[in-house]
Design a binder for this molecule. Structure first.
Ligand SMILES: *Cc1c(COP(=O)(O)O)cnc(C)c1O
Length: 433
């Protein structure tokens, strides 16, 4: 059977298929570079596994208090190795990325301290953690003050603003690597490193925390390689490799990680407790696969950017620029297109493909969100997924894909849907070719 007939069976028109193949022709070199990055990061991960003597006993897990959990302790050393950090906390008891970030903040800040975000407004769910939106239990309630410095128009750090925002009471600075649900650019690790140098030149003891969500393994260095005191993220994004069923991590300095451990469990107990149950095999195996999985997700994002930019939509990042995370935004300026895109991603999923996603309120977000995710792990966004707030400019944020075949089909199917719905003119596809 020729290649197209496989796609035809899944409802893809010849025009749509040909268009996508035409786009892919021009991406070969780009994809080779991504494969090379995956190779480098695979070796980095493998090196850590070997050095820390990961062994069969590490995959078993513990129950109860979880004392002497060799698997958990080794995994945390593996993470510390990969991040070139002194220590790491990698736990199933960290429920998600927001929890990991809240934990890093709440454990390292004390009443009277000030924190500054220097990459503009943090990810939506952190508004309630910090108390930007009034919330029970927020840092604001505990007497931690907050200041914010916007990124400059060109996407770079506003050094003058940062210099002014840092006061005597400033204890911690937060930097978000990925753009999240905003229309800025994501930050490179190099850019983050320059900013950290500047911050540390003002005062060495300021703690710099980087929200590393969606950034892991996109580059061959991580924020902790350029001076971050903590890199924080979710295991149901990049570093879980699609296999971790839950969890979060904090990699960084011994002191910061110990503070986090004492807050997660209890002073006096710290990292010593926390049963890993039966979860460690998936943590290890997912981490081992993560560089490759991240590469697949990146290819999907670039493929989508090239398709939609070519059709006249605003895409961020654009089709050519370097990537610092796996998120792709496409702006439609119309609700029906955003909804159709998400429905097509859902319909392309291995699980719940027959379900229609509908916009609804989400805890931590201030407008209705439509979310498409037919996932093996609920809410996992390293799996092919798309979401977007139902408000102007009606941008879809799209990410993930555990395999290239799936990412490719999912994106092709979104184009199919937009053509079928006449949001995109079929003749335009032919014209472009
Ligand atoms: C996903 C994400 C978070 C929050 O993670 P959850 O697991 O959804 O709680 C925080 N920051 C950024 C940049 C993210 O992408």
């Amino acid at each position: 059977m020729d290649n197209y007939s496989y796609y035809e069976r899944l409802g893809i028109d010849r025009d749509v298929y040909d268009h996508c193949e035409f786009i892919l022709e021009n991406l070969k070199e780009r994809f080779e570079k991504i494969d090379l990055m995956a190779e480098k990061n695979t070796l980095k991960v493998l090196d850590a596994f070997r050095r820390e003597h990961v062994q069969e006993a590490c995959l078993m897990g513990s129950t109860g208090y979880g004392y002497n959990d060799i698997g958990r302790e080794t995994l945390e050393r593996v993470y510390a190795d990969i991040f070139h950090a002194q220590d790491a906390l990698v736990r199933a008891q960290i429920t998600c990325g927001t929890h990991a970030l809240a934990l890093a903040l709440m454990s390292n800040l004390r009443p009277g301290d000030n924190m500054v975000s220097v990459s503009g407004r943090p990810y939506d769910t952190l508004s309630e953690v910090i108390g930007i939106r009034k919330s029970q239990g927020s840092l604001a309630e505990y007497g931690v003050s907050y200041r914010e410095v916007e990124l400059k128009k060109d996407g770079g750090f506003d050094y003058e603003g940062i210099g002014k925002a840092i006061q005597d009471d400033t204890k911690l600075i937060a930097i978000q690597r990925s753009k999240g649900y905003s229309d800025r650019r994501s930050l490179s690790v190099e850019q983050i490193g320059e900013c950290i140098s500047y911050i540390k030149s003002i005062r060495k003891d300021i703690i710099v925390m980087v929200d590393n969500c969606y950034g892991e393994f996109v580059e061959d260095i991580e924020p902790t390689d350029v001076g971050a005191d903590m890199a924080v993220g979710s295991l149901i994004k990049n570093p879980g490799g699609g296999l971790a069923p839950v969890g979060g991590y904090i990699a960084g300095s011994s002191r910061c990680v110990e503070n986090a451990a004492r807050r997660l469990t209890s002073p006096g107990l710290g990292k010593e407790v926390g049963a890993s149950l039966g979860i460690l095999k998936d943590f290890y195996q997912g981490l081992f696969l993560a560089p490759e999985v991240t590469a697949k997700a990146l290819k999907g994002a670039i493929f989508a950017a090239n398709i939609y930019e070519g059709l006249g939509f605003d895409v961020l990042p654009d089709s050519k620029e370097p990537r610092y995370d796996i998120i792709q935004a496409v702006t439609f300026h119309r609700a029906d297109a955003l909804i159709a895109f998400c429905e097509a991603i859902q319909a392309s999923s291995p699980v719940d493909s027959f379900v229609t996603p509908s916009p609804s309120p989400m805890p931590g977000y201030d407008s209705d969100i439509i979310m498409a995710a037919g996932n093996f792990v609920s809410g996992s966004s390293i799996e092919l997924s798309a979401d977007g707030p139902l408000k102007e400019p009606y941008s879809v944020y799209f990410q993930g894909g555990l395999t290239w075949g799936h990412a490719k089909f999912g994106i092709m199917n979104t184009l199919q849907r937009l053509v079928t719905d006449k949001i995109i003119d079929r003749d335009m596809l032919k014209m472009i070719r």
